[in-house]
Design a protein around this ligand. Sequence first.
Ligand SMILES: [Zn+2]
Length: 182
Amino acid sequence: MSSFIDKDFGEVVVRRNAWSTQVKVSVATSGKLTISVPTGTSDFLAKRFLNNMREDIKKKLPIKDPSTQRARDAQKKILMKKAREYLPYRLDFWATKYGYQYSSLRLSHANTRWGSRSSSGTISLNIGLMNVPEPLRDYVILHELAHINHMDHSSEFWAEVGQHDPNYKRHREQLKHFSPGV
Ligand SMILES: [Zn+2]
């Protein structure tokens, strides 16, 4: 058994089993991420495996390592601060430029969506937007603003998004490479 520190998962335990033929990832009762590998597998290879699986692991496994949780909370705080100093002004900039009216902005940190608009006129933007390139951030803002005139994703809706962000199709695709969760 050995272990190493990973930037996302904290302490990762490498468990070597003579009889295992494949690599398996699980969370131990201690909350630590554990990789089971065949005997003779180096830490180097275990790390490489972890890197290849990183996004999948993040989505599927509940990591409870307290140091990881603390790191995540700290990251969230920093993001929230950045988001507060940026998103209200950016939203206002685009709304003013294209004549949209919204009632308020809510900063969210949901894991699944970048933004939304409620029927009461509140626009929600995910603080994770501070981690994506500006053109994609603007696309999300323009997308939510266009929902003020179109509640659905009809062709009229997309035509309006396209008027303000001619590259919206590409931005929408690129956004899929990022996850809104912190
Ligand atoms: Zn939408």
